[in-house]
Design a binder for this molecule. Structure first.
Ligand code: DI6
Ligand code: FE
Length: 433
């Protein structure tokens, strides 16, 4: 048998991060053998992420068409380019499923204030916080926003990231919200990066609407959202549901408008307190609920039932000196898939490193190395609704692959700052690092 292929990767150890058996030749073992856990990805099936040692992988026209033990490699079109991985490890490209990457300005002053014990909420009340980034973002031109976002996204790619979610939410007026989303879309056209955009018009109440939150939400639903949908600028809709953000009733209005336009929803929920956002998100079959330090068992049960992913954001937890940890044990118990993301933004998480988040999720929240890796691959893909296309190395999926110079995948969680990337491919094409 001969298969069509334009690139063959040989001499590789492959951490597929796959939820399902790849083919008969796949070694049936978890990636981290001492930490066998059923992957909580799909109901009913006891599945383990799998590794293929001494493996090979065939790419054709940007997709994986074969992977397995190298001894079983079928013959491939003679024109195919053969690349040896010299016994190094392949993983799927990493996925950062929660970022606020497009913004202008800098809030280093707030970082210093928080180090002196002033809280995030107090800083916001004094006119800092999200509103200060809104002012800077409104003043910036589209070209300036693009240049800033381009350099941040490039820094992420160099750390092994091949898909990023980007939220709006620093415009809070129609023109700037649209600009932010257009900038995010434009990045995908120029970088080797899959970008999923999220409209977060309900991020904070802009000053000009002070005391008129319901009017602002009506504008988000009746004016912003239809225009964004008409220009196909958003892949999902998000709300900051919180005592200092928007109420449950306001959140539901936005969710209803999103559903009406056929857009999936997600939620910044239970970050600073528990207001029951997760139960609401579950009723709207949200893709994910994010932050969730204050999520309780009722909320965990609800999101388990709706197949909603729990996104852990250890960077914000760390930068806000939070002490309440997300309920990881309950999430395990109810088999809720956990993702891990940077929440990269200028205020609560000025951290653009997904590898650092894996380390923090393990050290601060007690995730196993296996869970941290699932969190930035297959479960992150699920949080974005793209797990059929990316997030694991499987036949039929896009060939977004990283080759790491490490002894074992667990090293990606344990060590930080060595930048052990050997090579990277985006849809089968070599990424220039
Ligand atoms: N929660 C967060 O952590 C970010 N937004 C949100 O709703 C913070 C955004 C910022 O401080 O600029
Ligand atoms: Fe966020």
């Amino acid at each position: 048998m001969m298969i069509d292929g334009d690139r063959v990767l040989i001499n590789a150890n492959i951490a597929t991060m796959s939820a399902m058996s790849v083919d008969g030749s796949v070694v049936d073992s978890p990636i981290i053998d001492s930490l066998v856990i059923d992957s909580p990805i799909t109901e009913g099936l006891a599945m383990k992420s799998r590794v293929i040692e001494d493996g090979a992988l065939v790419i054709n026209e940007g997709r994986i068409v074969w992977l397995g033990k190298q001894v079983d490699l079928p013959s491939v079109s003679p024109s195919a380019q053969i690349e040896s991985c010299d016994g190094k490890w392949l993983t799927p490209g990493l996925i950062d499923c929660h970022t606020h990457l497009v913004f202008a300005g800098n809030r280093a002053d707030e970082f210093e204030q928080r180090a002196q014990g002033i809280s995030y909420a107090d800083i916001a009340r004094q006119g800092g916080g999200i509103q200060s980034t809104v002012n800077k973002t409104r003043e910036a031109t589209e070209e300036q926003l693009y240049a800033l976002a381009f350099s941040r996204a490039t820094a992420m790619i160099k750390q092994g990231v091949s898909c990023v979610e980007i939220k709006s939410g620093y415009g809070l007026d129609i023109a700037t919200e649209l600009t932010m989303l257009r900038v995010a879309r434009a990045l995908e056209r120029t970088l080797p990066l899959t970008i999923k955009t999220t409209f977060l018009g309900a991020h904070a109440l802009p000053l000009e609407y002070a005391g008129r939150a319901d009017e602002y939400i009506a504008m988000v639903c009746d004016e912003m959202l239809p225009q964004i949908a008409a220009e196909d600028l958003a892949d999902a809709v998000d709300v900051f549901c919180e005592s200092v953000g928007f109420s449950l009733a306001q959140t539901e209005k936005v969710f209803r408008a999103a559903k009406h336009l056929g857009l999936p929803v997600k939620l910044h929920a239970e970050q600073l307190s528990n207001v029951g956002g997760s139960e609401l998100a579950s009723r709207y079959r949200a893709l994910s609920v994010d932050h969730i330090e204050f999520l309780n068992e009722a909320g965990v049960k609800a999101i388990a039932a709706s197949g909603t992913v729990a996104v852990l954001l250890p960077g914000a937890y760390y930068c806000l000196h939070e002490t309440q940890k997300p309920p990881v044990e309950l999430l395990r118990q109810y088999k809720v898939p956990m993702a891990v993301a940077t929440d990269f933004n200028p205020g609560s998480s000025p951290m653009a490193s997904l590898p650092l988040m894996m380390n923090m999720a393990s050290h601060l929240f007690g995730l196993t190395a296996q869970e941290a890796l699932d969190g930035v691959t297959i479960n992150a893909a699920k949080a974005l609704g793209v797990d059929k296309q990316i997030g694991s190395l499987e036949v039929g999926k896009q060939a977004d692959i990283v080759c790491w110079n490490i002894d074992h995948p667990r090293d990606l969680v344990y060590q930080f700052g060595l930048h052990p990337i050997e090579k990277m491919w985006k849809a089968g094409t070599t990424v220039m690092l």
